[in-house]
Write a protein that binds this ligand. Structure first.
Ligand code: NAD
Length: 379
């Protein structure tokens, strides 16, 4: 059977059944790591909630350059359940109090912070001070100030910092960047990006509590829409104007329900993003001088899907985005490969988030943004 490598399927835009055939031939790397295997980096997950449980830990069973070496949890029952399930030795299990002892643990190379947003800065900084490389989930913090503090701590400690922006490692998003860079559809003039879901669950969840989340839809899904607008144009915005909409104030007591924002880009391109905890949306559309392309879905765990004005379907074999992302970060640490989602990217996005909130507070006023060209773009 012909092996499809990641290198060649990144460049393929398969049509119709061809894509399905590629999908069925997708190889899966299946290398379980051990702490003795020093070719792989040991990752410790901090916060064993939904994302760690259902995405990151399973993905770490398939990664080639890193493995699940340790856990940090505040819940005693999870210690045993995770130790049993993943064969994690007791010496690699920490709680939030003794977490700093991780500095003495040679099995742990990378700390991956997967806690509520307001805890990202504290644990990323403590991880850096313990001499560990850091992956920080999105949003990087709940303010630009926190992002700066994380970046400074990592610089001071001489450790690498990556964001949990999984899409930069997956082929659909890479194809978007190639279209934009190669001007496949001419000069980009317009981008629209939507990232939203309808929240109806527990009203006491941390995502609806501003002290833990830092904000509502914008801090959660909105970050994906901001990201799509930027890689969909290949530019950082020079201004933003934004509006907030509220229809269920009794549920969204503390956090934003729906936000829309408009960007101007240095080339003259314009963009519109929508994010919400009140409706479902997951797409991006990019229009250039000689055509268009779109992804829908554009930012969920995949498989993503897309098409272009040339009549092509954008289609790649599906692999765990989290697996690709963590392996990319490990290759950055181990082999000096480019950091696809560096700390500056997380900070840039938070600068835009703060500008969006500022615009809303000023009745939709246009807020200028001044980024150095390429600031926050990963490798
Ligand atoms: P979750 O609610 O399922 O898990 C949160 C974890 O934090 C739980 O284990 C909880 O016990 C722990 N925790 C510690 N202190 C807490 C406190 N004071 N209040 C509430 N929980 C506390 O959340 P999640 O969906 O796993 O999200 C965690 C982080 O990961 C968030 O920052 C989120 O934005 C990010 N995330 C990223 C993606 C992605 O695709 N990159 C997807 C989901 C979540």
């Amino acid at each position: 059977m012909k092996t499809i490598t990641r290198r060649n399927f990144n460049t393929v835009i398969a049509k119709g059944m061809g894509g399905a055939a590629l999908l069925s031939a997708a190889p899966f790397a299946c290398a379980m790591g051990t702490s003795q295997d020093k070719k792989k980096l040991g990752i410790a997950l901090v916060g064993l909630g939904s994302y760690s449980t259902y995405q990151l830990a399973p993905a770490l069973q398939d990664t080639q350059h890193c493995y699940l070496a340790g856990i940090v949890t505040g819940t005693l029952e999870k210690e045993k359940a995770w130790a049993d399930k993943y064969g994690i030795p007791a010496k690699n299990i920490y709680n939030y109090q003794n977490f700093d002892d991780i500095a003495n643990n040679e099995d742990i190379d990378v700390v991956y912070v997967v806690l509520p947003n307001s805890m990202h800065a504290e644990f990323s900084i403590r991880a850096a001070q313990a001499g560990k490389h850091v992956i920080c989930e999105k949003p990087m913090g709940i303010s630009v100030e926190e992002c700066d503090a994380i970046i400074d701590a990592c610089k001071k400690a001489g450790v690498k910092l990556g964001m949990g922006y999984r899409l930069h490692s997956e082929p659909y998003t890479q194809q978007v960047k190639k279209f934009v860079k190669g001007k496949t559809f001419g000069d980009i003039q317009f981008v629209s990006a939507e990232a939203a879901y309808r929240s109806t669950g527990n009203p006491d969840q941390w995502r609806l509590d501003k002290s833990l989340s830092g904000g509502g839809a914008l801090m959660n899904m909105g970050v994906y829409a901001v990201q799509s607008a930027i890689y969909g144009t290949g530019e950082n915005p020079i201004s933003v104007s934004a509006q907030e909409f509220s229809t269920r104030p009794e549920y969204f007591k503390d956090t934003d329900e729906t936000i829309m924002a408009q960007f101007e880009f240095p080339s003259g391109a314009v963009g519109n993003i929508s994010t919400s905890h009140n409706f479902n949306a997951n797409s991006m559309y990019v229009s250039g001088t000689s055509g268009w392309f779109q992804l829908q879905p554009a930012n969920n765990y995949g498989p993503l899907s897309g098409r272009t004005s040339k009549g092509d379907e954008i289609k790649f074999p599906h692999e765990s985005q989290q697996k690709l992302q963590m392996d990319d970060f490990a290759k950055h640490v181990l082999f000096g490969e480019p950091n696809k989602a560096p700390g500056d990217m997380g900070k840039r996005d938070m600068m835009i988030v703060e500008a969006i909130y500022e615009s809303i507070s000023k009745g939709g006023q246009k807020i200028p943004l001044d980024f150095a060209p390429g600031f926050g773009f990963g490798g």
